[in-house]
Design a protein around this ligand. Structure first.
Ligand SMILES: [Zn+2]
Ligand SMILES: [Zn+2]
Length: 308
């Protein structure tokens, strides 16, 4: 995969000497600079906030990754792998702050995956801000395209999918993979299996399950084009519009989802948890609740969570 390390030359490092922080000892709960809602599902904690045109950011500590940089809560800084869905300001503007804070705290440069067409713009942004700030902004920027797969660890693979939005955008499915003994070898003793393995027989095969999917901003086709989104245990999707008055195609052509789109696909969602987010600022939380409960009083058998 074509990766690159962007390390901007140091010009002035005043901040470092002033701030006597050591990342290993630092308490990340000390500063609350951005709202974070938290929800636990099995062994995953979903943290984040998302409002259209305001700011969107998510983190799943157990997966050691996050999505988007609409803002960067101080508490998210310790996570060093991030995926950017697209270049809209409400998803990317805090990327430089995040990189700069990690440098200031003497943490390793982070790895940030982003849509290939946004790479040059982000590099330019970092160069400009690095000059203004007179500080380095070291990070590894890795461009992605639909169909890519990133092996984060032996257990985790992130698959990249195409989504439909008004700028180049991507969706992500985080797969957990395990090696399991092939059925034909089950019941054999450990000794026998070891002998087979030593003899060159492949005794296991890979099994995957989609743990979490993140759609980013997209028209509903972004879901339809990536069936794993419907199968992931946890799906984080956008539902920018909920009011019947906002059904008009005029809104959808910009690449967003209306509550109606979700209702129309009800049977396709096999997720244990569907987090609907990125609501328009036109709505109060109470209004969102009311519109959605009118359309689906059972909230998809209780699986639909409104992230207001
Ligand atoms: Zn957005
Ligand atoms: Zn957007």
């Amino acid at each position: 995969m074509p990766g690159m390390t962007l390390s901007l030359s140091p010009m002035f490092a005043a901040c470092d000497s002033v701030l006597a922080f050591h990342s290993g000892k630092f308490d990340f709960s000390m500063v609350e600079n951005a709202p974070v809602r938290t929800h636990r599902h099995k062994n995953l904690t979903i943290e984040g906030y998302s409002r259209a045109a305001v700011q969107t950011y998510w983190r799943i500590p157990e997966l050691k990754l996050g999505f988007d940089f609409g803002a960067q809560p101080w508490s998210f800084m310790g996570t060093e792998t991030w995926f950017v869905s697209h270049g809209h300001l409400d998803h990317i503007i805090a990327l430089p702050s995040y990189v700069g804070r990690r440098r200031m705290m003497k943490m390793e440069p982070p790895t940030i995956y982003l849509p290939q067409p946004t790479l040059e713009g982000v590099k330019t942004l970092l160069h400009t801000l690095s000059r203004l700030d007179r500080g380095r902004l070291p990070c590894k920027l890795i461009p992605l395209k639909p169909g890519d797969e990133i092996e984060l660890s032996r257990e985790l693979v992130v698959a990249v999918s195409a989504t439909r939005h008004s700028v180049p955008s991507l969706g992500f499915v985080v797969w957990e993979r395990r090696r399991k003994l092939k059925p034909e070898f089950q019941g054999l003793s450990g000794e026998k299996i070891r002998d087979l393995r030593r003899g060159g027989t492949e005794v296991t095969n890979e099994q995957r399950r989609p743990r979490l999917a993140y759609l980013g901003d997209s028209a509903p086709q972004g879901l339809d084009d990536c069936p794993a989104m419907y199968e992931a245990e946890v799906l984080i999707l956008e539902m920018t519009f909920v009011a019947p008055a906002h059904r008009k195609d005029r809104l959808r052509k910009f690449g967003h989802i209306h509550l109606d789109d979700i209702i129309a696909r009800r049977d396709r969602f096999h997720n244990e948890l569907i987090i609907a987010s990125h609501f328009s600022t036109r709505y109060h939380a109470r209004q969102i609740q009311r519109f959605v409960e009118k359309a689906t009083p059972d909230l998809f058998d209780g699986r639909l969570l409104l992230w207001t």
